[in-house]
Design a binder for this molecule. Sequence first.
Ligand code: ADP
Ligand code: MG
Length: 576
Amino acid sequence: MSTIRILEPTVANQIAAGEVVERPAAVIKELLENSLDAGARRVTVDFSRGGKARMIVEDDGKGMTGDEALLSLERHATSKIQLAADLDRIATFGFRGEALPSIASVARFTMQTRPASAPSGTEIAVNGGKLVHRRDHGMAPGTRIEVANLFHPVPARLKFLKSDETEAAHIVRLVRLYAIAHPEVGFLLREDGREIFRSPGNAPLLDRVREIWGRQVAEEVTIMPAFERPGMRLSGLLGKPGVSRGTRQDLVTVVNGRPVDSRTMAFALTESYHTLIPKGRYPLAFVFLEMDPAWVDVNVHPAKREVRFRDEAKVRNFLIESVLAVLRARGDEGLPAETVPAVAPVTPLAVDVPSVSGAVPPPGPASAYVPPNSPAPVSPAHAPAVRLGWRLLSRLREERAVFETPTGLAVLDLGAAHQRVLYESILAQFTAHKPVSQPLLVPLSIELEPLPAAVLKERLPLLTSAGFDFEEYGRNFWRIQALPAWLEPEQALAFVRDLLAEMARREGDFGRPSLAYDALAKLAVNKARRKGDSLSDAELMELVQALFRTAQPGTCPRGRRTYVEWTDADLTRRFG
Ligand code: ADP
Ligand code: MG
């Protein structure tokens, strides 16, 4: 006869441990959160062999009395919530009261703790869930927990641990995240007693990033001032245009002091860096979002950091608007402050791109470098009379040129620069109020799949206002009678297909250009490619001028860098 039994507490804890602690970093996470919940001002973390051999978390928080310490090892013992109703307004990290008993059931666990009110502390040792001893222990107020031989009592789980290096990397990343999320707390992370980083309590964010993430990362970011919306506040640091990563490793999002993963936030950040970083790569960012806790759902899987917002679209829009504002402002700032007019007065530049009519552009003095058929200046808001102190030193291979700049030495990628200039010119015309439209002598016809055809119908007013004239003449068959002036007939069909595909992909509408970024970028890249690379020196200087009149001179529309600069300081450093 089978019997139903209540599980022994140790077994129940070991099962729970499977959920709470999947790897050493998860243990550190639970201990760190407890330290922060206990009001610690300083936390020290030390680990050996990726945490498998030993992990220690020590804090100067409020500590526990001997009885409290014993109780904390009972399942569902928590000092943090009492009623189910409390669940709706959790301000602390922990609340389940499962972490300590779970961890103690799968390791050798030693806790030393003392509240400031007690004259001395308590030490409790537990091995594989069994109490080994409890005794008095002299110490300063606070708590120190050591977890050794993780998973030795449950050997089956040892197999799932990765190499020491991998587990160590997880620990380092985790502690970095918590350290960055908690400016008020000083963190010290050590591996076998050797310091990995030390974050000063209460230092400005940029200084903390420098200490915690390293000097290089600190040089790659720019400050994002605070932005506000009713009930929301955003601030942090953002990667400079052109700086990107292959993973989300350095895309740090903190919501109400908690480091979180949020698809919404990651997406919004990546989206904002359109054309500033290559496709498929991620920006660098340290973003802090504060909001009414009632709008955030954190009560998800204990080991996961994924967070959900009640209103995802609102958060996404707020983020995109704020980040774009910072990046736009940076575009201006990208212009060197010291402007030495080393560039000769504007010289003619014959741009050899076939015009719509196929006629050769008129020779002779053009004014500034302007891509074909674009009398309008490139984004007027960013078109100050640039007097850039770049002096051409030499050509480098076919596609590059070397310049002396007011601050050092720069190598320019001609193709990338040209793409940026064309892109912004096309973008400006695409968004212009009254675009120049070019009627076609021979209309183009295009057959579309049902989905793009539906998108075309839906977006017809937008396309018409951009200078297209579409006419439907059969099921999914369309005729194009006129094109915007910046689009050449040979490129039109491919562009329209790209554009419709992109519009189908992007549902959000952050203004017209965001529906067309990729297609416009591709067009610019293709135009630049056909342009050839036989620029005269004067033309080259025009290109540089035009580049620095764009909103984002630092990157091409695909997000690759247009130029690399070595400052005098960099060079001095290189010479050692
Ligand atoms: P939870 O954090 O969900 O409450 P835990 O098992 O992590 O559950 O911790 C149980 C209790 O032990 C906590 O509620 C807290 O009262 C106490 N505790 C744990 N760690 C510390 C610490 N570092 N300092 C003070 N109290 C602690
Ligand atoms: Mg806890």
